[in-house]
Design a protein around this ligand. Structure first.
Ligand code: AMP
Ligand code: ZN
Ligand code: FE
Ligand code: FE
Length: 284
């Protein structure tokens, strides 16, 4: 099912394959007109995406980020929507988070090399270019050298959260990220929550911290999962939101922007909530 909105996408500013311009062109060709760019710890793609979006009538480009956070035994990803890319305090914090990714990326490559998997850190950095470096860039170097045939296999074998080459980095807790996002005038939305342990406890805590939305319609979530999450959103009074999490790095099966069953009512409620945010001028 196709939606007019997609609130979770990546560009070359992090681990997406498309430039912000190419992403907006793809999103527009899919009939999506409410679109959030949510790169990992970066808003560097927003200025270009805005320019590209201006070519399309009625296209609303929402500036966002995806922050990686941690709880005991699991990763929690938090989307911050309606964040102002020109906010110096936001940029300072994102810069620190990106620097943490460098040391951690190097550490993962060292671990792989210790296991006889000889990829070069310089090559990973070259693949990432100016981007916020992430494990998919390491996965790409592994594919390039023929160690694996696709990105997902690299995660399954080595660099997934419990894999033998995984290295942690300094992260906020989920509640800290919610407070950070709301303090900077944005709206916090938990990403892909289906696999969280103790989901209801976490949702309760994060709602208390100021989170107002959760992803319900996500990439390849089957209807039963969507329904389970829709009910969870209702229980916690959270806006049911979602997106494709489009990266363009996962091959033919990857869900395209807008190919999610997100209803118009979610978009309407989001715009209504956004009109009350400190950063509401960002959608004008
Ligand atoms: P990082 O930001 O370095 O922690 O990497 C997180 C990114 O890696 C996610 O946004 C996904 O693009 C990708 N990723 C994480 N886990 C997996 C997995 N199991 N299989 C494939 N890609 C994954
Ligand atoms: Zn990613
Ligand atoms: Fe994520
Ligand atoms: Fe993502």
């Amino acid at each position: 099912m196709r939606s007019k909105g997609d609130f979770h996408t990546h560009t070359t500013a992090s681990d997406g394959i498309l430039t912000p311009t190419a992403l907006v062109d793809l999103v527009a060709s899919q009939g999506v007109v409410y679109h959030a760019v949510t790169d990992h710890d970066s808003t560097e793609g927003i200025a270009e995406a805005r320019k590209a979006a201006a070519k399309y009538d009625g296209y609303t480009l929402i500036p966002g980020v995806e922050m990686g956070t941690d709880i005991e035994g699991a990763e929690v990803h938090m989307l911050g929507l309606f964040l102002n890319p020109d906010d110096p305090e936001l940029q300072e914090a994102l810069k620190t988070l990106r620097e943490g990714r460098l040391g951690r990326g190097f550490g993962i490559v060292e671990k792989l090399r210790g296991m006889g998997i000889m990829i070069e850190w310089e090559r990973v950095q070259a693949i990432a270019g100016e981007a916020s470096v992430g494990r998919p860039h390491i996965a790409a170097a592994l594919v390039e050298k023929g160690y694996v045939s696709k990105v997902a296999e690299a995660f399954d074998r080595w660099i997934g959260r419990n894999g033998p080459a995984y290295v942690e980095r300094d992260k906020m807790t989920p509640a800290e990220s919610v407070q950070f996002i709301t303090k900077r005038g944005g709206l916090a939305c938990i990403a892909h929550p289906a696999d969280l342990p103790n989901m209801d406890t976490i949702l309760g805590e994060l709602t208390a911290a100021g989170m107002t939305a959760m992803e319900v319609f996500y990439k390849d979530y089957p209807p039963a999962t969507v329904e389970m999450l829709r009910l969870a959103a209702e229980r916690h009074g959270l806006l049911p939101l979602g997106g494709s999490d489009y990266h363009g790095i996962f091959g033919n099966e990857e869900c395209l922007p807008g190919d999610i069953p997100l209803p118009d009512s979610s978009i309407e409620r989001l715009l209504e909530m956004a009109s009350k945010l400190p950063n509401r001028e960002l959608i004008a």
